[in-house]
Design a protein around this ligand. Structure first.
Ligand code: ATP
Length: 426
């Protein structure tokens, strides 16, 4: 495996070299594991490193962090830690552990173990390979479960027959890796997956873990393809009982994809979209408010996410009607769209059938959004207007007027303020 390691970018080789030194000093054995090894073999760039040590993982992470000037977050309960380096490389460090499951879909009971135990608790053979990066045995490849053969033969295989029962989220993970790397779930694994589904395991698992897997799926490069596969293989009712994999939903997802690409290309300087949230809202497009609220609660979506998911249902009809009016003033477009998140606006643009709505949204992003006025409270005072609630009203009127008339200078803004009935406020 040394030949693979030698081909890595310099900044990753540097981490490995520090890890090797620390493993020598602490007399622990250290290994690269999981997705990093899989992607190394596939020659897919990956800046998320997973290191497992036979020893105290927290101590190892601390030492690595100190010598690489990183930022350390410890997760004491799990004996793991994350080091983020200034160049954005992320290193997860864990103590090698053994896992047992008290009952199906429960969280595992964890105890210290060696590298074999640690690899045996993993989801698929392709994610259960390791490379020794300790001083003794540096570069040795560890592949108890023949993950490399599976990877080269493009197969997804679980490590033992109860794998999907122990952790049903692996069903979604299997689909994710299958679609991402063009692999195939091998027949025995596939039949165990189906058996687990028949037992209703996905309904039993902690909802927040399902949510996290769904978010990861929707963050993939081609999420539409993944959702199609999930709905074909297992349906979507595990996520929301009324979510039927109708053809229309895929059309919504495809339209959302097109619009996300348009936004990224047209407005590279605006903030990054949470594209996964747009896809999620598109999937839930036909759900009513009560259903949406119950889904957000059940899956414990964060407050900001819940608000955006909820606001779409409310905003679409209003925006779709008002923005279609030919003579709508720019300031009205602004008032309608400014309170909404970019994600909601993009989905409205994706799902409307009206050209005018699309154009008004484009104008909003291109021109009105982010309009700032130059006139401030001091300027109003010097015009003889007394401070008080009137200030806010004047400044809002000015903002709307600026959006409508596109004032080019502060002088033009002041001239507008003077046209307002100053007496009324003085
Ligand atoms: P990605 O490229 O999507 O980050 P990854 O393989 O690195 O893929 P992670 O979710 O970061 O995936 O997990 C890191 C490793 O932890 C996996 O490679 C796998 O070995 C193990 N793992 C993660 N989730 C599970 C699970 N549910 N069951 C067993 N092992 C898991």
């Amino acid at each position: 495996m040394e030949k693979y390691l030698r081909l890595l970018p310099a900044e990753l080789k540097e981490v490995i070299s520090y890890a090797q030194n620390i493993s020598g000093q602490l007399e622990y054995r250290a290994y690269l594991v999981g997705g990093f090894v899989r992607d190394l073999i596939l020659d897919v760039p990956n800046l998320d490193m997973d290191i497992v040590v036979e020893g105290d993982g927290l101590k190892f992470a601390e030492a690595l962090c100190n010598c690489m000037d990183g930022k350390l977050t410890k997760h004491r309960r799990f004996g793991t830690a994350t080091v983020i380096l200034p160049n954005k490389i992320k290193i997860d460090v864990a103590t090698a552990r053994k896992e047992t499951y008290a009952h199906p879909a429960a969280l595992p009971v964890v105890s210290p173990g060696d590298i074999r135990d640690d690899l045996a608790r993993r989801d698929f053979t392709i994610n259960a390979m390791a490379i020794n990066i300790s001083s003794a045995g540096f570069g040795n490849f560890i592949d108890f479960f023949h993950g490399k053969d599976d990877l080269l033969l493009k197969r997804i295989r679980i490590l033992h027959d109860l794998s999907f029962i122990d952790d049903p989220t692996r069903i979604l993970r299997a689909i994710r890796f299958e679609q991402r790397y063009g692999l195939k779930i091998e027949p025995h694994t596939y039949s165990l997956l189906r058996q687990a589904l028949k037992k209703g395991v996905l309904e039993k698992v902690d909802k927040q873990r399902i949510r996290d897997e769904m978010i990861l799926t929707l963050k993939e490069r081609e999420p539409v393809k993944y959702i199609k596969r999930i709905s074909k293989l297992i349906g979507l009712s595990f996520f929301s009982p009324k979510l039927r994999p109708a053809q229309a939903k895929f059309l919504y997802l495809a339209k959302a994809k097109k619009e996300i690409a348009w936004f990224k290309k047209s407005f590279p300087k605006k903030r990054m979209l949470d594209a996964w949230l747009i896809y999620l809202m598109a999937m839930l497009k036909d759900a009513d408010r009560a259903e949406l609220l119950s889904l957000c609660r059940k899956f414990a979506f964060r407050m900001g996410e819940t608000k955006r998911i909820q606001s779409y249902a409310h905003a679409f009809n209003k925006a779709d009607t008002l923005l279609a009016k030919k003579d709508i003033a720019p300031s009205k477009v602004y008032q309608l769209l400014e309170p909404l998140s970019y994600e909601v606006i993009i989905l409205i643009r994706a799902l409307t059938r009206k050209k005018e709505v699309k154009m008004n949204i484009e104008d909003f992003f291109r021109v009105y959004n982010g309009t700032r006025i130059h006139v401030n409270g001091d300027d109003l005072k010097s015009l003889g207007i007394k401070p008080g609630p009137a200030f806010k009203n004047i400044l809002i009127k000015l903002l709307y007027a600026k959006i409508d008339y596109q004032f080019k200078s502060k002088e033009e803004e002041l001239a507008f303020v003077r046209t307002l009935s100053i007496k009324k406020w003085s």
